[in-house]
Design a protein around this ligand. Structure first.
Ligand code: BGC
Length: 792
């Protein structure tokens, strides 16, 4: 489908009109050296923006709202496709009929505000050089999906994917990794990361599950705030921070059929209770400077024209002070997909009037928006607002002073030692031990004369890196096979590997037989199974963006492979590599151990092997519920009280594993929670819950202490439990620590009938333990004597 179907002029004729220089107005403010004030680095950002805008025409201001994909992306397509294909193909050619040279000329004329997916420092410098030739010399804002490391750039540090990060329950570690990502981005000439994805996951069929921080609004909010703080370092001023982007507003993680971009139909209450809290916190606690609208509609209204969401709620009520960017071509989709505008021009009108500030991506938008303003359909004040916000960012980021970067510095910053250490530490803390029968793990460190057989589609490739990553240099990645071989051999084991099919869809029966023969010769087998969200491998992806799942079971022939090896009667350890949860109850019942490694990044193989051989004690916790089957969906721990009053005919009503769960090689004992007081009195009150945790086993380990609440009687139904605090603690054998967790007004608040944020009077159950399962939790009571109204 051609997204520009309603546009009558060709992009080429547009380009010839565009390359015209404007006269500068010399009557504007200047600094003491006679240069325009906006070029004076000592002036305030506000004055510089005002001065620059006073020199800009309506057209100039609209150009700041225009984003294009990087020229190398386009050139790649130009090399691959025939001129005829390019003319037609908007997916690979990006802009039908428009050549990369033409976009270069647009940048030179000052008609481009931003580029996305520029993937080398050389290209970033090239584009900035073009922009410096423009009349006002406004530098470009370069955006990229640096979701878990600057992964689209080869040679970057690849941290575990967001779902893996959430499993660490370690906000400070994630913030530090994001800080490092900001450094790698700036060193490569990129200023704006389209992360964090703070969509609260409610349906694990959604292929983008691995991009989220899971199903809990509090955990998602914490991870989002940590990521934004790491990237933006408060207000992103200077040359070492970048802008973050909270996305996608709103609720695309709960589409009615689990498919990306398909309609969501949730209630206003569910929006406020589940999906919106992380956005409120991203704005109010972390000052996120950009928000991306969602592909999907909610209750009939596409996200890109939802004025209530973008303007009334985020800006007017919650105080969002940054700018909105559209998602990929989504303004045009108001017409083409959603059919609620008659053409692209009307889509722009609806979107900009609703609060949108930048179009991702492509030509024609500028021409049509200028027309809309001239026709009085869009107020010029909206364009001024958008332009001001975008320019503010460019000044704060220091781009007017130095738009270029030192290519050599990029080389030494990418994959720096301290970044590698953080990525490895995240991986160690993210991996969740889901089963450990008869303590088969850790494997003995005396492996003399024993053979470990390894097979499975994710054993020896870069699927461990997850989505939003380009292929990385092999020497920067430790695959599962490499990690287990290095540490296994150091412990005396022999390792035998068989490639039974590099991707799950390609495991043949013949290879299954060969794998079983080899497993027979070994003492135990490690099966590295799971899914593939590696976008470089699009045709063979089984999850990830735009590849959603109709089942939560293993794809392809993986279960068959596992069954043949299990049938040999020797111990089998399953290592899952997947950003999306795997529901295979039979498999979990029939193997000795299951290690869920998610997509644990560049050092996945090392961290996994360290855990298998006991150098590291596993401590990751599930950031989502793992259901037993797709039929149980929606299955979340924070469900409403009536969710399980009745039964299924053929399925249990309990999950395979609950939210917050994860085993350790040691055991922990928890005391009852004690509250600093049992009555909560006002908006600024804080109560401390203390829990004594003792390591009762023989090895040191980390535990994640979790605190849940339940509002006993409320004016609207409340979830049976809600996570409100957590803390990770390290304990030596026999050691006891007192862990303090804070309960504040926000922990207890809900939305009343008029959507005021309030704490209703009454009793609250406070639960503490090491998972959301009732049997792991100890309780006490807290009373709120009177109604408390919170600010928002
Ligand atoms: C995704 C966004 C992403 C954008 C730019 C879209 O397809 O939905 O999350 O930031 O592409 O790559």
């Amino acid at each position: 489908m051609n997204i520009f179907k309603n546009i009558s002029i060709t992009a080429f004729s547009l380009l010839t009109v565009l390359v015209s220089c404007k006269n500068q107005d010399n009557t504007k403010a200047s600094s003491t050296d006679g240069n325009p004030l906006y070029l004076d680095a000592t002036a305030s950002v506000n004055d510089r923006v005002s001065d620059l805008m006073s020199r800009m025409t309506l057209e100039d201001k609209v150009y700041q709202m225009c984003q294009y994909v990087g020229l190398e992306h386009m050139k790649h397509a130009e090399n691959e496709l025939t001129p005829e294909e390019l003319e037609k193909n908007d997916a690979l050619g990006f802009y039908p009929g428009v050549h990369s040279d033409s976009i270069g000329r647009l940048a030179e004329a000052g008609h481009v505000g931003s580029f996305l997916h520029v993937v080398t420092p050389e290209e970033a410098n090239h584009l900035q050089r073009l922009a410096q030739k423009s009349p006002l010399k406004i530098p470009l804002l370069i955006g990229i999906d640096a979701i878990h490391g600057n992964g689209l750039v080869s040679g970057s540090t690849i941290y575990p994917s967001p779902i893996s990060q959430a499993a660490t329950f370690d906000d400070a570690l994630i913030k530090e990794g994001s800080r490092q990502t900001a450094l790698e981005m700036r060193a490569n000439g990129m200023h704006w990361s389209f992360t964090p994805n703070i969509d609260v996951l409610r349906d694990p069929r959604w292929g983008r599950t691995g991009e989220t921080y899971g199903e809990d609004p509090f955990l998602v909010g914490n991870m989002g705030v940590a990521t934004i703080n790491g990237l933006q370092s408060d207000d992103f001023s200077g040359t070492e921070s970048v802008i973050a982007c909270a996305k996608h507003l709103i609720a695309g993680s709960s589409s009615i059929n689990g498919l990306n971009a398909s309609p969501t139909d949730v209630s206003k209450r569910t929006l406020f209770e589940i999906f919106l809290p992380p956005y409120r916190r991203a704005v109010q606690e972390a000052n996120v400077y950009s928000i991306m609208a969602a592909h999907n509609e909610v209750a009939g209204l596409p996200g890109h024209m939802d004025k209530f969401m973008m303007n009334d709620l985020m800006r007017d009520r919650w105080g969002f002070e940054g700018f909105y960017v559209s998602d990929w071509n989504d303004i045009s989709r108001i017409d083409i997909w959603h059919h609620v505008a008659k053409d692209f021009k009307q889509s722009i009108e609806f979107s900009i009037n609703a609060g949108m500030d930048m179009n991702m991506h492509g030509p024609i938008f500028d021409k049509l928006l200028i027309e809309l303003v001239n026709e009085g359909k869009v107020d010029e004040a909206r364009v001024d607002y958008a332009c001001r916000k975008i320019l503010e960012a460019k000044f704060k980021l220091g781009l007017f002073e130095n738009p270029f970067i030192d290519v050599e510095k990029a080389k030494s910053t990418n994959f720096a030692k301290s970044h590698q250490e953080n990525a490895l530490e995240q991986a160690r803390k993210a991996i969740v031990l889901q089963k450990n029968d008869k303590n088969i793990l850790p494997l003995s460190t005396n492996g003399k004369s024993k053979t470990i057989f390894i097979t499975g589609p994710n054993a020896n490739n870069q699927t461990t890196l997850g989505d939003w990553v380009s292929p990385q240099p092999e020497e920067n990645v430790v695959t599962m096979l490499e990690g287990i071989t290095t540490i296994g051999e150091a412990n005396g084991y022999s390792i035998d590997y068989f490639d039974a099919g590099d991707r799950s869809k390609e495991i043949t029966d013949a290879n299954i037989s060969k794998a079983a023969q080899k497993a027979k010769q070994a003492d135990l087998s490690v099966l590295v199974l799971g899914e593939n969200s590696f976008r470089h491998d699009w045709g063979r992806k089984t999850t990830g963006e735009n590849v959603d799942r109709a089942t939560l079971q293993l794809s392809g022939n993986q279960l068959k492979l596992a069954k043949e090896i299990i049938a040999l009667g020797k111990p089998v350890i399953v290592v899952y590599v997947s950003g999306s949860p795997i529901a295979e109850p039979w498999l979990e019942n029939n193997v000795a151990a299951v290690l869920n490694t998610w997509e644990s990044g560049a050092f996945a193989g090392q961290a996994t092997a360290e855990i298998l051989f006991g150098q590291v004690n596993p401590s990751g916790k599930l950031p989502l519920t793992i259901p037993r089957s797709v039929g149980q969906l929606q299955m979340v721990y924070n469900h409403k009280p009536t969710a399980y009053i009745h039964k299924y005919n053929t399925e249990k009503k309990v999950p395979l594993h609950p939210f917050g769960f994860g085993l350790s090689y040691t055991t922990f004992k928890f005391s009852e929670p004690k509250l600093s007081k049992t009555s909560f009195s006002g908006i600024d009150d804080e109560i401390t819950a203390t829990v004594e945790v003792t390591n009762t086993g023989k090895v040191a380990g980390d535990e994640v202490v979790q605190l849940y609440i339940h509002d006993e009687v409320s004016s609207y139904t409340r979830p049976v439990k809600e996570l409100k605090a957590y803390k990770r603690v390290s304990l030596n054998p026999g050691e006891t620590k007192t862990v303090s967790l804070t309960i504040n007004a926000e922990s207890l608040a809900m939305y009343d009938s008029a959507y005021n944020f309030v704490v209703e009077p009454g009793d609250f159950t406070i639960m503490t333990g090491n998972s959301s399962s009732d049997k792991s939790l100890k309780t006490t009571m807290l009373n709120v004597p009177q109604l408390i109204k919170l600010k928002n």
